[in-house]
Ligand binder design. Structure first.
Ligand SMILES: [Zn+2]
Length: 257
């Protein structure tokens, strides 16, 4: 079975999500025969069945939430329920920051009883889903948040999820064959206090991390206004690295990277 990544949704930020200007479903990964949903936001369950061919959430092996914000985990509960046959079959893994597994979090306590294992993400720690290994990278956001680097069949796939920019960030994602960057803001609405990346931050990360290929996703209103495809084309030209703007449903074979 070929490895692939499918962007079920590419929305970022509350306004794009509220209007469903883009879908806020998560990213489906199929690596080494393992099926993983990353950051299942609002509409993920629905979207799984709408894409062609459908992605059956009952076949999932892991649900991963980078942090507890609604647009990253509102559908995690239903995805875990599907993965565990409504809680009747103890199987699959749930990964999330400790902060999202305790206290006032959208991840229901009773649902956390269903998977075979619930694992708290930790900086630099290597986690496993079958033969897929991934490392969590601590980010700086308004709540405990991690980026992820998956290794499958010697291919390194980095996911720079929500974060503000910090100088060590690009270095943590070096040597990725594919680097996915969540870019919510452009420069016009990017105050110094913003806890999300802007387009120029994304460009700087790609320049320093030097991936084989980069994908922009998780777009806020202003980035969509700027036309993500055009923005990505400009970056590709300046950086000499192929940069693509993700679209809802876009699927990428990773074995050929
Ligand atoms: Zn967030």
């Amino acid at each position: 079975m070929a490895d692939f990544v499918q962007f079920l949704g590419t929305a970022g930020g509350r306004f794009v999500v509220a209007r469903q200007q883009r879908s806020s479903a998560g990213t489906w990964l199929q690596l080494c025969g393992q099926r993983i949903i990353l950051d299942p936001g609002p509409g993920t369950l629905l979207r799984c069945w709408q894409v062609q061919p459908p992605r059956d959430p009952r076949q999932l092996d892991a649900v991963i939430c980078s942090h507890q914000h609604i647009d990253h985990c509102s559908d995690a509960n239903v995805m875990v329920e599907a993965m565990t046959n409504g809680g009747y079959e103890r199987r699959g893994l749930l990964f999330a920051p400790q902060e999202a597994l305790s206290g006032d979090s959208p991840l229901c306590r009773y649902v956390q009883e269903f998977p075979e294992e619930v694992v708290a993400l930790a900086d630099g720690l290597q986690h496993e889903v079958g033969s897929v290994r991934f490392t969590a990278v601590r980010h700086q956001h308004t709540t405990e948040t991690y980026g992820l680097i998956f290794v499958s069949q010697d291919v390194r796939l980095g996911f720079v999820t929500d974060t503000s920019y910090f100088p060590e960030l690009p270095g943590r994602y070096r040597d990725c064959h594919l680097l996915v960057v969540n870019v919510v803001l452009d420069e016009r609405n990017h105050p110094a206090t913003a806890r999300h990346l802007s387009l120029s931050h994304a460009e700087q990360i790609i320049r320093e991390a030097q991936p084989g290929q980069a994908i922009l996703t998780h777009f806020g209103t202003r980035v969509i206004e700027r036309n993500p495809e055009r923005v990505a084309a400009g970056m590709s030209e300046r950086l000499g690295i192929p940069v693509t703007a993700a679209t809802d449903g876009m699927k990428l074979r990773t074995g050929v990277l």
